[in-house]
Design a protein. Structure first.
Length: 72
């Protein structure tokens, strides 16, 4: 699995930004792994990741892309 640092950073991001809900409610490990593997660079590419629906994309999409951009 390609989780590594990207997955951990995304998980920490979700914990901080998830409106006091557990990270697994925002994104399952499989979604984090898919994001880390796909490394999307746009909202439209992130939308194609299984588990990233319109609400999650709107609420967390920019932050996820920012994390990915800072961690090549």
């Amino acid at each position: 699995m390609v989780m590594g640092a990207i997955g951990l950073i995304c998980l920490l991001f979700f914990r901080e930004k998830a409106d006091a809900v557990p990270a697994y409610v925002v994104a399952h490990d499989s979604t984090l792994a898919a994001i880390a593997e796909a490394r999307p660079m746009s909202l439209s590419a992130l939308r194609r990741v299984k588990g990233m629906g319109p609400a999650k994309l709107e609420k967390y999409g920019d932050g996820i892309l920012e994390v990915l951009a800072r961690n090549p």
